[in-house]
Design a protein around this ligand. Structure first.
Ligand code: EPZ
Length: 462
C-alpha cells in the first residue's frame, strides 16, 4: 500500500494549522479548488487500511475537554471536519498536541470560556458536541448553530429537549445556541426519534450531572458505543450504550485516559462498494466486520462475495451486479451515509432497484450528476427508482456533499473514460487520502488543481 509521507519538520506543528497556512487555500473554507480526475474501468485489487471513525472522533474530541487531565487519543482520521474541531477547541483554550498524524493529546484544563466562535466550526455539524461536553463540565456553553452537509433540514430539538429535562435553559441568539444550568440534574428522557447526535450529546452532559439519567429510544450506532466507552474510560458511568436504553450515573469529575477510536464503518463501506462496481477483489484491514453487516448483506444480494476475518473483510465482485431494494434505517439498519454509494452500484446492476431514504430528505442531490454519466434514476420524494444500465460513461460532475461525492468517485471508477469530480473539499471532510488509497488498489485517479494538470493526466493514461 502506498504510505503517506509527512516530512518530520511538518510534524512540529498541528496538521490543522499546517493546512490553514498552506498558500492558495482561499476558497471553500480555505481549500484550493481541486478536482479528482479518474480514468475508470480498472478492477480494484489489493489491500486498504481503514482509518478511525470520523463521527466517533468528533464527539470524543469534544468529550476530551470534560477533564482537566491530559487525554491521549489514537486513530484520529486526518480529515477536514476533525481539523475544524481541533481548531475550535484551541480557540477556547484547549491545549492540542498532535503527537503524530493520527494521535493527539488534549488538555482542557485551561479553558478560557465556554464560547466557541471559530469560523470553521459553523460549517461542521459536530460543533454541537461541544455544547453537551461544556454544559456537562461547566454548566454553560455557547456554540454556533451547526452547519454540515446540506442533506436536509437538520434540527437539534432533541438535543435541547434533553438538556432542558436536565435543568438547562437554552436559547438561540445571533446564530449561537446558548445553554446554561444552575444545576444540571439527571432526567428520564424519551427521544422522539432515533438521533445519533442527541444521544451522544445528552450522554456527555449527563455524565457530569447530579444523579441518574435514562435515555430511551437511544441511537445504537457503533460510534455511540465508542463515545460511551471513551467516557467510561475517563471515569463516567454509562450502561446500555448500543441498546435502546442508556443509563448514566452522573459523576463529579472525569480523569485522564488513553483511547483508540474505532474504525470508520462508512469509509470501509465506501471501499466495499468501490470493489463491487469495478469487479474488484479488495481486502479492507482495520475494520470491525460486525459494524459492516448491513453493508455486507447488501453486497451479497448484489451478487458479490464477502469474506469476514477478525479485523478484515474481503469483497470479491464477479461480473454484473444484481438489483435489490434498500431502505436506510438507524443502526443496525442500512446506514444513510452509505445510501449514495449503494445507489451508484444499483445504477449499474441488472434490473430495477428501489432505494428509500428514511433519515434525511435531501440526500438524492447526486442523482442529476449521475445522470450525466448515463444512470437512469427517478426520484419521487424520498424514493429513488433505479433502472440499471450496463455502463456509465465518464463526465464532469460535482460533489454535492460528502457521501454523495464519494459515490460519484465510485461511479467514475466504474465508468468508461474520464470522469472529473468537482468540489472535492466535501469529500475531504470525511475521507483521508481517498485518491492515494484508491491508487494503491490500482485505480487511475489523481487530485488536480488546474487545466494543465487535467491535460497531463489525460496524456498519461492515454
Ligand atoms: C450523524 O448526524 C452523523 N453526523 C451523520 O453523518 C449521519 O448521517 C447521521 O448521524 C445518521 O447516522 C455526525 O456524527 C457528525 P441524527 P446527526 O441526529 O447526529 C432528525 C456524514 O456523512 N433529528 O441521527 O445530525 C434528523 O433531522 C454525516 O458523516 C431531529 O429531528 O443525525 C434526521 O432526520 C452526514 N431532531 C434524524 O433525526 C434532532 O434534534 C437522524 O439524525 C436530531 C435529529
Amino acid at each position: 500500500m502506498e504510505k503517506q509521507r509527512i516530512k518530520s519538520a511538518d510534524l512540529a506543528q498541528p496538521l490543522h494549522r499546517r493546512f490553514l497556512q498552506e498558500p492558495n487555500r482561499t476558497k471553500n473554507w480555505g481549500a484550493i479548488v481541486e478536482q479528482y480526475i479518474i480514468k475508470g474501468g480498472i478492477p480494484l485489487e489489493g489491500e486498504v487500511e481503514i482509518g478511525g471513525a470520523k463521527n466517533a472522533a468528533l464527539a470524543i474530541l469534544a468529550a476530551a475537554n470534560m477533564t482537566d487531565e491530559t487525554v491521549y487519543i489514537e486513530n484520529i482520521p486526518d480529515v477536514r471536519d476533525i481539523n475544524a474541531m481541533l481548531e475550535a477547541m484551541e480557540g477556547i483554550g484547549t491545549k492540542v498536541e498532535r503527537v503524530d498524524r493520527h494521535t493527539v493529546k488534549v488538555n482542557g484544563a485551561g479553558l478560557e470560556n465556554c464560547i466557541v466562535e471559530s469560523e470553521s466550526m459553523k460549517r461542521i455539524r459536530a460543533s454541537y458536541y461541544l455544547l453537551g461536553a461544556l454544559l456537562g463540565k461547566y454548566k454553560k456553553a455557547q456554540v454556533p448553530l451547526p452547519g454540515g452537509c446540506n442533506i436536509g433540514s437538520r434540527p437539534i430539538d432533541q438535543h435541547l429537549k434533553g438538556f432542558k429535562a436536565m435543568g438547562a435553559v437554552t436559547r438561540i441568539e445571533h446564530g449561537f445556541i446558548i445553554a446554561e444550568a444552575e444545576e444540571l440534574h439527571g432526567a428520564h428522557i424519551f427521544l422522539d426519534m432515533v438521533s445519533v447526535g442527541a444521544t451522544i450529546n445528552i450522554m456527555m452532559a449527563a455524565s457530569m450531572a447530579d444523579g441518574n439519567t435514562i435515555i430511551e429510544n437511544a441511537a445504537k450506532e457503533p460510534h455511540v458505543v465508542d463515545v460511551a466507552n471513551f467516557l467510561n474510560s475517563m471515569g463516567a458511568s454509562i450502561k446500555g450504550a448500543g441498546t435502546d436504553v442508556i443509563r448514566i450515573k452522573g459523576v463529579k469529575s472525569l480523569h485522564r485516559t488513553e483511547y483508540s477510536i474505532i474504525p470508520d464503518q462508512i469509509e470501509a463501506g465506501t471501499f466495499m462498494f468501490a470493489a463491487a462496481v469495478t469487479g474488484g477483489n479488495v481486502v479492507l484491514r482495520n475494520v470491525i466486520p460486525k459494524h459492516l453487516e448491513a453493508t455486507s448483506a447488501k453486497l451479497l444480494e448484489l451478487g458479490c462475495e464477502v469474506h469476514e476475518y477478525d479485523d478484515a473483510v474481503r469483497v470479491i465482485s464477479h461480473g454484473r451486479l444484481q438489483n435489490t431494494h434498500v431502505k436506510t434505517m438507524p443502526y443496525p439498519g442500512f446506514p444513510t451515509d452509505m445510501q449514495p454509494q449503494i445507489a451508484v452500484s444499483l445504477a449499474l446492476a441488472e434490473g430495477t432497484s428501489i432505494v428509500t431514504e428514511s433519515i434525511f430528505e435531501n440526500r438524492f442531490r447526486y442523482v442529476d450528476e449521475l445522470a450525466r454519466m448515463g444512470a437512469s434514476v427517478k426520484v419521487e420524494g424520498n424514493v429513488a427508482v433505479i433502472s440499471g444500465v450496463e455502463k456509465f460513461t465518464g463526465a464532469r460532475v460535482s460533489a454535492p456533499d460528502l457521501r454523495a461525492g464519494a459515490a460519484l468517485v465510485i461511479a467514475g471508477l466504474a465508468a468508461e473514460g474520464i470522469t472529473i469530480v468537482d468540489d472535492i473539499y466535501y469529500i475531504e471532510r470525511g475521507y483521508e487520502n481517498l485518491d492515494q488509497k484508491l491508487r494503491a488498489l490500482g485505480a487511475q485517479i489523481e487530485k488536480v488543481a488546474s487545466e494543465k494538470e487535467i491535460q497531463k493526466f489525460k496524456l498519461k493514461v492515454g
